[in-house]
Design a protein around this ligand. Structure first.
Ligand code: G6P
Length: 615
């Protein structure tokens, strides 16, 4: 989604903003622009396409002097991705410029009113209306003009407002779309997330909904409803290097290979095994102080809310939670949940699962659940994100920034995080015995190391990928927790390679997808040994009888499957539910290698955004 970067009081402010925009590219965008004050007016440069194209245009300008600048990467909503729709937008009188992430719902009414007043518009965007509304209010005090404008806006926004008449000040505001402010020695930055701030400062203030801030060099004054509120910066501990590629050709590959480390880091200081088997393991949860053991004992139902890959993690999580806590659990798409008048009461525990913590539908579903009196526990990666802050308890995934648009390390971390919570809840409710608890806690602690073995087969998976690079379609089938894995495998492949891929519960195969099977259809089966193995073998036979090409992910000691499948990826999978984490890795690698073999831009697939902050 759109990305914002702004700087004040810093030498080469335009360069700082452009570099910041480049580091936000992972959010997804289709045009970009930058503005700075110049000789009492505004200088605006915009380009359709990549930040690199914007940079080449800016190179023709003299940008050595300005210490104030703001920029934007736009993911088109109102109007096509053309230069005239790219931000920053300027008021018709040229006094106010705005960059904006979000959607102004009542823009048509506002535009009509302004048009009647004689204002002419140059773009199709909702943002240009905001610039004109601020200009209407502006009599010299920029903060006051913005504060007078915000109540007129319905919808969502993170805004930066600049005026050449106040070159030493930027005004920022937030409602539902994220905005982080970085405080440095004599300079201040703002951005849609902390990544562009890290190279300059680690002191970050996450603006809250309804807050407005006046940024000057090295200072930030935060206000709500016209009153000053304290502004206490958090210390960001992510290294700048962690947000870079670390020698890998793509963020996606780097993030796939990071999974053993991220999973180990998740449980460090959180899960302690006893010295002997006559005591329970200890689960330490530092973000759940508001939710007591008594509360967990009284939970009647669990609703898991998410979108995209996170939803697939919730489907796996449902099995873990039901088995270990005996509480019925239901994964739900947050977007559907929020508009369905769901039946809720305070005994329902809502778990919101999200990498970014900013997905608009998940955020609104969280608010709805809280209004209905439910406690919301967030399973989130991005520290300080909106959902993390609004939830009653937070379990942080701690897997560092995930930059590749296709989620990989966050997916396995979500499954592991939900497993951790399931075990803790089972322990509190007495629904899992000590022996079982110990066995599963050991599985959790060991899963990272098991992934190393699977990652070692990367060259082998790459060779398989090369054989299927020209496929036009792909089917992914699995049963039990293999079903959400099949959905995730298909999602990964279509996201990054643009091959049409579908995931199904293998039991559904005879109800439709089998009609598509012929010698041109590759079918990937998740075929690990276990309760449903014989049924999966039956499905494999059916595909084989119709000449489909079969790829199987199978248990390392399966001696039969290579007689049935064209290609087999063996994994050491011997600890039940943890197998879903192990299966995710070959699926991710397969999608990655097929996509790169086809020459696709895996880190920034077309039309996709890392963080979907609009509906
Ligand atoms: C987008 C991303 C996906 C992600 C989904 C949910 O579609 O491209 O990778 O799974 O949003 O995002 P969240 O941040 O809530 O996990």
């Amino acid at each position: 989604m759109c990305g914002i970067v702004a700087a004040i009081g810093i030498p080469n402010a335009v360069g700082v903003v452009l570099d910041g925009l480049a580091s936000l590219e992972y959010r997804g965008y289709d045009s970009a622009g930058v503005a700075w004050p110049e000789n009492g007016a505004l200088r605006i440069v915009r380009a359709a396409g990549r930040v690199s194209e914007l940079k080449s245009k800016v190179e023709t300008c003299d940008t050595t002097t300005p210490e104030t600048a703001m920029g934007h990467t736009r993911w088109a909503t109102h109007g096509p991705p053309l230069e005239r729709n790219a931000h920053p937008h300027v008021s018709a009188d040229g006094r106010i410029s705005v960059v904006h992430n979000g959607i102004i719902d009542n823009y048509a009414t506002l535009k009509e009113r302004l048009t009647k007043k004689g204002v002419s518009f140059k773009s199709d965007t909702d943002t240009e209306i905001v610039a004109n509304l601020v200009a209407e209010q502006f009599t010299g005090d920029l903060l006051q003009a913005v504060e007078a404008t915000l109540p007129l806006l319905d919808g969502t926004y993170a805004l930066v407002v600049m005026s050449p008449q106040c070159p030493d000040m930027l005004i920022v505001a937030r409602k539902s779309s994220p905005l982080a402010i970085g405080l440095g020695d004599g300079f201040t930055l703002a951005a849609s997330d902390a990544v562009p701030l890290i190279p300059h400062t680690r002191k970050v203030v996450f603006l809250e909904d309804g807050q407005v801030a006046a940024l000057t060099a090295g200072r930030c004054e935060v206000r709500r409803d016209g009153q000053a509120v304290p502004c206490i910066p958090a210390e960001i501990t992510w290294s700048a290097e962690a947000a870079m590629k670390n020698g890998y050709p793509h963020y996606m590959l780097k993030e796939i290979h990071e999974q053993p480390v991220t999973l180990e880091a998740m449980f460090r200081n959180r899960l302690r095994l006893p010295r002997t088997d006559d005591a329970d393991p200890e689960f330490m949860l530092d973000g759940l102080e508001n939710l007591s053991d008594d509360y967990f004992r009284g939970v009647s139902r669990i609703v898991l809310l998410a979108q995209g890959t996170a939803y697939h993690a919730c489907m796996v999580g449902r099995n873990l939670l039901e088995r270990t806590t005996h509480i019925p659990a239901y994964p739900e798409y947050a977007a559907d949940f929020r508009y369905r008048d769901p039946i809720l009461d305070p005994s329902v525990l809502v778990i919101a699962v999200t990498q970014s913590g900013e997905t608009m539908d998940t955020l609104h579903a969280v608010r709805l659940a809280r209004e209905a009196g439910c406690n919301v526990l967030a399973v989130v990666n991005v520290v300080g994100s909106s959902i993390a802050r609004e939830a009653d308890g937070v379990f942080y995934l701690n897997c560092g920034p995930e930059i590749g648009v296709a989620s990989t390390k966050a997916f396995t971390a979500m499954i592991a995080g939900l497993y951790f919570l399931a075990l803790r809840l089972g322990q509190v409710r007495g629904t899992i015995n000590r022996q079982e608890l110990l066995r599963r806690a050991r599985d959790l602690l060991g899963v990272g190391a098991r992934l190393n073995g699977i990652l070692a087969s990367d060259p082998y998976i790459r060779a398989i990928a090369n054989r299927y690079r020209n496929a036009a379609n792909f089917l992914f089938l699995g049963r039990g927790t293999g079903w959400p894995l099949a959905l995730e495998g298909a999602l990964k492949l279509k996201e990054v390679s643009y091959i049409h891929a579908e995931g199904y519960d293998a039991a559904e195969m005879k109800h439709g997808p089998i009609a598509l099977v012929d010698e041109n259809m590759p079918v990937l089966f998740i075929a690990l040994q276990g309760r449903r193995y014989d049924k999966i073998i039956g499905n494999i036979q059916e595909v084989r009888a119709r000449k489909g090409k079969i790829i199987a992910i199978a248990s390392h000691d399966d001696r039969e499957i290579d007689k049935l499948a064209d290609d087999v990826i063996y994994i050491r999978a011997d600890s039940g539910i943890m197998n879903s984490i192990c299966c995710a890795v070959p699926l991710q690698l397969l999608a990655y290698h097929i996509a790169t073999a086809r020459g696709c831009d895996v880190d920034k697939p077309k039309n996709l955004a890392k963080s979907v902050t609009v509906e």
